[in-house]
Design a binder for this molecule. Sequence first.
Ligand code: ZN
Ligand code: ZN
Length: 256
Amino acid sequence: MSIPVNRNPAARVYSTWSRLLARSWQVGRRERCLVCSARVALAAGGLPGLCPDCAGAMPWSRHACPACALPLPAGEAAQACGHCLRQPPPLHACHASFVYGFPLDRLLPGAKFHGDLAASRALGEWMAAGLWRHLPDDAWPQALVPVPLHRARLRQRGYDQALELARPLARRLRLPLRDDLLTRVRDTTPQSRLDAAGRRRNLRHAFAVRDGVRVPAHVVLIDDVMTTGTTLHAAARILRRAGVARVDAWVCARVP
Ligand SMILES: [Zn+2]
Ligand SMILES: [Zn+2]
């Protein structure tokens, strides 16, 4: 008489043992939530790096202007906002994964100024997960281009936030990362200290496309936080002038 494998006592012992082993491995794999420091199991079904409460509180951008990512009431989000209709931006499309706010405001400054690589990696992964689900077929670019820092600022900070976001995005979405395309040729005053006209003046001639590189027809600029969009617009204008037919932007968070 043959015994089915799952009735076999030895197999049962083995499977109990492997379940226990798996559980202890999971316990070993617990880490702290990036936002509230609660102990969480890694990738426990929600967003990697977050406890279920913080994952549930993430401010995903749901309805927004397709040209500048400004949050809009649900019924108005299909068309561009009044500002973009009056003054069409140089970006063909602009997508923000999140609206800037809690609990993202706990993570982004750490990722930007303190070189918190775990936070940057998680932010890039979350952006990729949202884009993978919602990006229309015609919005897939030929390359991702992180908004570059000036060399002097990179030396000071030791770390390029846009590039660190772009890496997991490129890997997850299987898109080429082109951080060789665009350079920042002028070290500008931080934009947060200036008004709108000052921001535009500040960024004039700030970017350049490297000599001799072949530009793709459709690229997406990657940046961490978008406030007025002046930086992205300046970068997009330079890329357009260099022959890129379509420039979009994907940012982690849009300040409303
Ligand atoms: Zn948490
Ligand atoms: Zn708009």
